[in-house]
Design a protein around this ligand. Structure first.
Ligand SMILES: NCCCN[C@H]1CC[C@H](NCCCN)CC1
Length: 290
């Protein structure tokens, strides 16, 4: 009864609103406020500290892109690490790749996992995959303990740089990701909006270029319920076998029939993979000059 508006100092002067049918959960974990509500037109919505994390209607756009942009860019990914992503949506997408043997996930807030399993079963279905190993803890500390060159791919499905995820946008964290990746390994991180955060993106790209000596690219997609309606990703590879992110070598399309418990891909395909790296001039100028 009424409206939820996503008001934040991260997007001053604007707020996306969703009509609320019923509040289903409100809690406070050790790290953040957690809320779930039934919206009128976007299904159930997960909110952390007042910021929309996902809605049932459009979550697949984000989860499919943040997962398949990296995993379809390398042949035969075997070991994958997810930092954040406690809702399980990225796990659901990683499990579409039959070459994957081990999926580690490090999520700091157990309440996010429990709430997702209770209210978003089609998202948390990712936890049902036997290859998944859940670690509850700080991704920064987790990565420091990872042996060098362990993973083929790391996916950083974080919230925004204000709150628990702040350190996941800083240089030391990127350096620990690079160490945990094999030569020619890939990382994909949530990288904000070109409409709202060009300065944050500028800093992230500059840091990535110093740390990842393979390729460094920025891709973006549309998610109606994220502020400005778009969200971006940093796609980086470590020195080693070259990775051409713009031309997928490992199409997941043929894999999606292998997973019984998941519906076919709703958003990602090979064409939109390549298109995701095409940037408007104002963003291209900043990102490609760094
Ligand atoms: N597993 C999906 C949820 C986590 N990612 C979200 C990415 C967008 C972010 N706000 C958008 C900020 C404007 N770019 C909230 C978390």
């Amino acid at each position: 009864p009424g409206w939820f508006s996503e008001i934040s100092p991260m997007w001053p002067g604007e707020a996306h609103s969703l009509k609320v049918e019923k509040i289903l959960f409100q809690g406070k974990s050790d790290y953040q406020n957690v809320m779930v509500f039934q919206s009128s037109t976007y299904g159930k919505v997960l909110v952390l500290d007042g910021v929309i994390q996902l809605t049932e209607r459009d979550e697949r756009a984000y989860q499919e892109m943040i997962t398949h942009l990296p995993l379809c860019s390398i042949p035969n990914p075997k070991k994958v690490l997810v930092i954040g992503g406690g809702d399980g949506g990225v796990l659901r997408e990683v499990s579409r790749h039959s070459s994957v043997e081990q999926i580690d996930i490090c999520e700091i807030d157990k309440m996010v996992v429990d709430v997702s399993k209770q209210f978003f079963p089609d998202v948390a279905v990712g936890y049902d995959d036997p290859r998944v190993k859940l670690h509850i803890g700080d991704g920064v500390a987790f990565l420091k303990a990872v042996p060098e060159g362990t993973y083929d791919a790391v996916i950083v499905d974080s919230s925004d740089p204000i709150g628990p995820a702040q350190e996941l946008f800083e240089k030391p964290f990127f350096a620990s990701v690079a160490k945990a990746l094999r030569p020619g390994g890939v990382v994909c991180t949530q990288a904000e909006s070109i409409w709202l955060h060009m300065h944050i993106i500028e800093d992230i790209v500059a840091n990535c270029r110093q740390i990842f000596k393979g390729s460094v690219n920025y891709a973006w997609t549309t998610v109606p319920t994220y502020p400005s309606g778009v969200i971006g990703f940093m796609l980086c590879s470590t020195e080693g076998p070259p990775v051409d992110f713009k031309h997928p070598v490992n199409p997941v399309d043929r894999d999606d029939i292998c997973c019984k418990s998941k519906r076919p891909l709703k958003f990602y395909n090979s064409e939109i993979h390549s298109a995701a790296f095409c940037l408007p001039s104002f963003a291209k100028k900043v990102i490609e000059s760094k």
